[in-house]
Design a protein around this ligand. Sequence first.
Ligand SMILES: [Cu+2]
Length: 143
Amino acid sequence: MQIGAPVEDATPASTTDDSVAVVTIDGNDQMKFNKSEIRVKAGQKVKLTLKHVGTMDIKVMGHNWVLLTKDADMAAVGQAAALTEDIQHIPADKIDQIIVHTKMLGGGESDTIEFEAPAPGTYTFMCTFPGHYALMNGKFIVE
Ligand SMILES: [Cu+2]
């Protein structure tokens, strides 16, 4: 290093590289997600935003985005979630089958979560609002 040379500004690490997967998924008043498949790469940080693009109330048409473990039983999680009193509908007795989840949202709301992509494989995502998982589910693929 030259003595007297101007000090260069530190270059910030790029945040637009492959280390972050930015994902947006919508849920609507027709009880549908707008994506049935989400692909990310192993080792990526996932920044996922769920948007409820409808107008219905959380108590009538709430949506969340719940990522299940590889060996989870979606129907069992969905049925347990329907029995929970809490509006979040995250069943305490099935929490070991859930990797990560957003908040439950009503129309017009959104929530962003960040998590590390799990090991490569195919996972299931779902909405745990009572009665929604049969229509509101999809594959989360880690390549
Ligand atoms: Cu839903």
